[in-house]
Design a protein around this ligand. Structure first.
Ligand code: PAF
Length: 271
């Protein structure tokens, strides 16, 4: 991968990297389109990274469908698909981890111990393997994007971090590979995340600024859904992920499936 990337760059081409874990959907495709528009060469990595899943999380059942992914990628003009094997990424004895503190600690960091360490480690390795000029992450994983921005800055990776807007189903549900786990009743309940963000955004537009009141609006809508269990619902600063701020962030279990979503309340909710 590195040889290919260095050859492209020696020819004066810029390289855009879209890191993924596969199970591709329109959200990934919009990141690939952005990468296509801004770079000469686009690399998509597909690697279900074992070290970012905690014990009891869904590593084993995370959707893996090579034919589906290749079908989607064949239509969008990708120059290379980088699929490292687990043993190549983490050979026996590999014991180094990259830990970002501060922005990686609250919310997802607190709910999923070790998760961001796994993400920061694999993203560092992907940056080393591809040496991209730009790398593309989705706003749905807003805290991950902030962690990666901090990582790139602190470790001097010469890469520009670009964040693509969340792509949503017509009813507002943010696209996620984990939506595939939802049964029909759960799928109906899952709309509560975007509905809660939409209500909080409307409250903000009507002048509500009190964090507790905005939280109440979010939780009120989520708790109206019998299948939903709120893990966190907060309004935080988009750089530090601590209050106060305007970014509403949610983690909600719908049945056994954990979904996250977010929206900057100072902006109109889309759709
Ligand atoms: O967002 C993801 O799909 C993953 O966390 C990433 C960035 C590809 C790292 O494994």
């Amino acid at each position: 991968m590195l040889d290919a990337s260095r050859r492209w760059r020696a020819q004066g081409h810029t390289v855009g990297l879209v890191p993924t874990m596969g199970a591709l959907h329109a959200g990934h495709l919009s990141l690939i389109e952005a990468a296509r528009a801004e770079n000469d060469v686009v690399v998509v990595s597909i690697f279900v990274n074992p070290i970012q899943f905690g014990p009891g999380e869904d590593f084993a059942r995370y959707p893996r469908d090579r034919a589906h992914d290749e079908g989607l990628l064949s239509g969008v003009g990708v120059d290379a698909v980088y699929r490292p094997r687990v043993e190549a990424m983490y050979p026996p004895g590999a014991s180094t981890r990259v830990r970002v503190s501060g922005v990686a600690d609250p919310l997802e960091g607190a709910a999923r111990p070790g998760h961001f360490e796994g993400v920061a480690t694999v993203v560092s390795k992907l940056f080393t393997a591809v040496e991209p000029d730009r790398a593309y992450f989705g706003q749905k994983d807003a805290q991950q994007a902030a962690v990666v921005r901090r990582l790139a800055r602190d470790l001097d990776f010469p890469v520009e971090i670009r964040v693509g807007v969340t792509v949503r189903e017509p009813d507002g549900l943010a696209l996620s590979s984990r939506n595939a786990y939802l049964d029909p009743d759960e799928r109906r309940s899952a709309v509560s995340l975007s509905a809660a963000l939409r209500l909080a955004s409307a409250a903000y537009a009507a002048g509500e600024r009190r964090p507790e009141q905005l939280r109440k609006v979010l939780c009120g809508r989520l708790e109206a859904e019998s299948l939903a269990r709120v893990e966190y619902a907060q309004v935080v600063d988009p750089e530090t992920f601590t209050p106060p701020g305007t970014l509403a962030v949610l983690a909600v279990r719908i049945g056994k499936t954990r979904l996250i979503d977010n929206h900057d309340l100072s902006k109109v909710f889309p759709g």
